[in-house]
Design a protein around this ligand. Structure first.
Ligand code: TXA
Ligand code: MG
Length: 332
């Protein structure tokens, strides 16, 4: 729900200014980034909480705003492939991935080039760097206005459901951000796929908006899965309990009990009076991914003690959807 040009804060937020991106707000956002402030912005995946990646204090503000464990490294968003190559050392395979999927929802982890101005806090002291060139006009406009690479995690409180609208960001982070650029609901609704390209093999650190199959069809080599066990974080930030609503989660539900809300999928759903949101009545995984986080937030808002979730197929984008659901359901 974008505001009009005078950009008054929404009544529901805790002081954050939601603004429609236009020439004036983008200039102000770019200035704010260079002054070390935080700006939330839309990408094609989820909203990001952006800071100047070359400013350690600004990056530290991200961790403080999110309440995020400081060992969890951040993705650096760049404007071009050439800029990415000045920051990271790209292997042949990493180059092929960038050529095939950038701009787009793929994050490539590479080793840092020596002497780059990116804050060490961004990669939590690791020798590697996660890079992504977003496929979103507003994200690209902010990168241009700031003239800096942007460190940006998903714009939600640490461990909570990711934000796919400006109102979600305001509800989670409110006063901690200088401005929220409103781009409406995000297109994919799921975070980027994270691939480790630092070694000779490619490893899938986080399933996401680009399927493993699509990546393998470009690289013609199998993606290693470092571990299928959600208890063991593949990537430092993949904590087991993550993306969690306040309600408990019950997965692979075929029926609904008293006190539960239902997150359904596909045309055949149980008959129930419970609050229900269907991720995709036609059983489409792309539509389901785009609806996932907003649906979890909406069912949570009904006050149900538990969200029962119907089974989601495991193929294609179902891998990333089931990854998020498993973590949302994990013991907290
Ligand atoms: O779609 C997305 O990727 C969104 C938008 C805003 O771009 N960003 C996002 O950021 O999801 P975040 O911080 O919520 O997740 C970043 C993931 C974490 O799992 C983190 O551990 C991993 O990327 N990561 C970052 N740097 C890494 C590194 N150097 N090595 C391994 N994993 C890394
Ligand atoms: Mg996140």
């Amino acid at each position: 729900m974008p505001n009009s040009g005078d950009s008054k804060p929404l009544a529901t937020d805790a002081g954050a200014v939601i603004r429609t991106p236009d020439a004036a707000s983008l200039v102000a956002a770019g200035d704010a980034i260079r002054a070390g402030h935080l700006i939330a912005f839309p990408t094609e995946t989820v909203y990001g909480l952006g800071a100047d990646a070359t400013n350690g204090e600004a990056v530290a503000r991200i961790f403080a705003a999110k309440g995020r464990p400081s060992f969890n490294p951040l993705i650096v968003h760049v404007a071009t492939v050439a800029e990415a190559e000045t920051l990271g050392i790209f292997s042949e395979a990493a180059r092929r991935l960038a050529a095939a999927f950038w701009p787009g929802p793929l994050t490539i982890v590479v080793n840092r080039q020596p002497g780059i101005p990116i804050s060490d806090l961004v990669s939590a002291g690791l020798p590697s760097l996660a890079l992504r060139m977003p496929d979103h006009a507003i994200a690209q406009a902010l990168l241009a206005a700031a003239g800096r690479p942007l460190a940006a995690p998903s714009a939600n409180r640490s461990g909570h459901v990711s934000a796919t609208s400006a109102a979600h960001v305001a509800g989670d982070l409110g006063a901690a951000v200088s401005m929220i650029l409103d781009g409406g609901a995000t297109r994919h609704g799921l975070e980027s796929t994270v691939v480790d390209a630092t070694g000779d093999t490619l490893a899938l650190l986080r399933p996401g908006a680009i399927t493993a199959e699509a990546i393998e069809s470009v690289t013609r080599q199998p993606l290693i899965r470092p571990n299928a066990d959600p208890a063991v974080p593949a990537s430092p930030g993949q904590l087991q309990s993550h993306y969690a609503p306040a309600a408990r989660m019950r997965l692979d539900a075929e029926t609904v009990s008293d006190g539960e809300a239902l997150l359904s999928f596909g045309p055949d759903v149980p008959v129930t009076d419970a609050a229900q949101i269907n991720l995709s009545a036609r059983g489409d995984l792309v539509e389901a991914a785009a609806n996932l986080f907003a649906a979890l937030r909406a069912l949570d808002a009904t006050g149900a003690a538990t969200i029962a979730v119907m089974p989601i197929p495991a193929h294609g984008l179902g891998e990333a959807i089931n990854d998020r659901l498993k973590r949302a359901a994990a013991p907290r």
